[in-house]
Design a protein around this ligand. Structure first.
Ligand code: ZN
Length: 543
């Protein structure tokens, strides 16, 4: 048994912010024992103790991530050698590095949010190879021929639900995501702009109809994580209207909207590009069924990876360096486009400000989630710096002073004085994401919770504080000490297996045979993967 003694325990899921002790045994948080003699003790006086952090949206595995590695081989030059014993460990940003860098910041669970069911096996093999942290995935539906035929031909809710359930179970996903519903299907028919009420030609279905069908199905199946939505018109000036119309299209059903910053764009000013985050913040305050993550932009070189193939194709001229991949596939396909956010750019500076405005204007930390949409807005290694910006108005003012005036005068950010406190940070990065994903034993420090715990030293410089945890415990085992990982251990992958009727399997067997010439379980993820110590953990749908 381990005793974590005398730290400040910040545990919003249990309404706790107090100095106290935690006891850990068998990987869980347990009651204080009757006798304290045989207990290994860590003195955490003056330390901050939180549950391990959870990232609900970070592209860390799968086809697009690997296309990025292959497209940007120059980034690998001069890299340090990495431990050679992990199968995917040789690229610059290897699976090992993903696990290490997250763990050292105190993150213990990360969701890969865009896994095509056809690429699920590869994505899971790669996730299984990421040490230290737990993982989960969302299965991308909404552009594949089988679903669009089901909807077009009006086969009814039961068959739709069986199909969604089958897809989640076969891909070992924890939820469902839709990316520009219908947009990728329309792109295959040479459509190049596609909004909420545009129609996929061959199917006669609007984006709205596909979105609403999936929203309702996820709800009926009792999948805890609400449908995770990447709206249409990403990155287009004026697209805040699309985002608000999408919120309204949910008609009160729970819906999560991903990387909302990329939809915070108005058309005002002489460049026709302005901040619309006040409108979005107001709409979110009104629509209590909506949660969002921000997708904060930070400055520097990155690579955008997205299964919004239509929008990636339309943005290809902005690639820096000038090379890109856009690939069509069953369902969404994908696009990889390197990009450099420059502080001297009016547009990039305003994007940076819009993200922070969303964080600061939406006053419910249970409904706004902390992401950069890694690596789209910035790599996740920028998180400590972003926390510092959220927690210090002075730090923001110092950044604002260095950015283009033309952009900053178009933003409310200079006037916003709100500063997040540690309790709000713990809600946004721990308690709320666990609740949103249905991982009820995670994200909190109550008795019976999984002992994923991060310990920090409070500092004025929050970037320094959150960059390197003093200790991180994963399932009760010490994995980080003084900001450095210990020898690696494996996390697990969380998934759902929603039940479905046998009829859908017969349909899919016929469909796969006639369309792909393969059996329908060819893409299924088996219960055991090669990494010996890795395992899956099944969670239940609501009944
Ligand atoms: Zn994303």
């Amino acid at each position: 048994m381990i005793r974590l003694k005398g730290g400040r325990i910040i545990d919003p899921a249990n309404g706790r912010d107090e100095i106290g002790d935690l006891f850990v045994d068998g990987g869980l948080i347990v009651d204080a024992p009757a006798a304290l003699e045989a207990v290994e003790t860590y003195d955490l006086t003056d330390k901050i103790v939180m549950a391990g952090a959870i990232d609900i949206h970070s592209h860390i595995a799968g086809a697009n991530v690997n296309f990025s590695r292959m497209l940007l081989t120059e980034e690998h030059r001069g890299s340090e050698p990495h431990p050679g014993h992990l199968p995917f460990s040789t690229a610059l940003w290897s699976t090992y590095e993903t696990g290490r860098l997250y763990a050292e910041m105190g993150f213990t669970t990360v969701v890969e949010p865009a896994m095509s069911p056809q690429n699920a096996l590869h994505a899971h093999l790669e996730l299984a190879d990421i040490p230290f942290i737990d993982k989960a995935t969302l299965a991308v539906l909404g552009n594949e021929d089988f679903l669009l035929r089901l909807l077009r031909d009006g086969h009814g809710d039961n068959l739709l639900d069986d199909y969604v359930a089958w897809s989640v179970a076969h891909a070992k996903a924890l939820g469902v995501k839709v990316i520009n519903a219908g947009g990728a299907a329309a792109f295959k028919e040479n459509v190049r702009t596609f909004g909420l009420d545009d129609v996929v030609p061959s199917y006669g279905l609007s984006s709205r109809a596909i979105l609403q069908a999936l929203l309702a199905s996820v709800q009926r199946l009792g999948i805890p994580h609400p449908l995770h939505v990447h709206c249409s018109n990403l990155g287009v000036a004026g697209n805040f209207v699309t985002a608000i119309e999408t919120m309204e299209a949910a008609s009160g059903l729970p819906m999560h909207m991903a990387h909302l910053q990329f939809y915070g764009y108005g058309t005002e000013g002489k460049r026709g590009f302005s901040s619309a985050s006040p409108f979005l913040a107001e709409a979110i305050t009104y629509h209590k069924n909506i949660t969002i993550d921000v997708g904060q932009v930070m400055f520097g070189q990155t690579v955008t990876v997205s299964s919004d193939v239509l929008r990636q194709h339309e943005s290809r001229a902005s690639a820096r360096p000038k090379k890109w991949i856009v690939w069509d596939g069953e369902g969404n396909g994908g696009g990889v486009l390197p990009y450099k956010y420059k502080p001297e750019s009016y547009y990039n500076a305003l994007q940076w400000a819009i993200g922070l405005e969303l964080f600061l204007l939406i006053d419910d930390p249970w409904r706004v989630f902390f992401t950069t949409d890694h690596p789209n807005g910035a790599p996740f290694t920028a998180y400590p710096q972003i926390l510092h910006l959220l927690m210090s108005a002075d730090e923001r003012a110092a950044w604002i002073a260095r950015l283009p005036k033309a952009a900053m005068t178009m933003s409310m950010l200079p006037q916003l004085t709100r500063e997040y406190d540690l309790y709000e940070v713990a809600i946004m990065t721990r308690a709320a994401p666990a609740r949103l994903l249905g991982l009820l034993n995670h994200g909190h420090l109550g008795i019976g919770a999984v002992a994923d715990i991060a310990v920090y030293t409070e500092q004025d410089n929050k970037a320094a504080m959150f960059e390197a945890a003093d200790y991180v415990f994963k399932d009760g085992e010490l994995i980080v000490e003084n900001g450095k990982v210990k020898p690696y251990r494996w996390g697990r992958t969380h998934f759902l297996r929603p039940g479905h009727d046998g009829q859908i399997e017969e349909w899919l067997a016929r469909y796969y045979d006639s369309t792909f010439g393969s059996p329908s379980d060819i893409f299924a993820v088996p219960d055991r993967l090669s990494a010996a110590a890795h395992h899956f953990e099944e969670h239940r749908c609501r009944t």
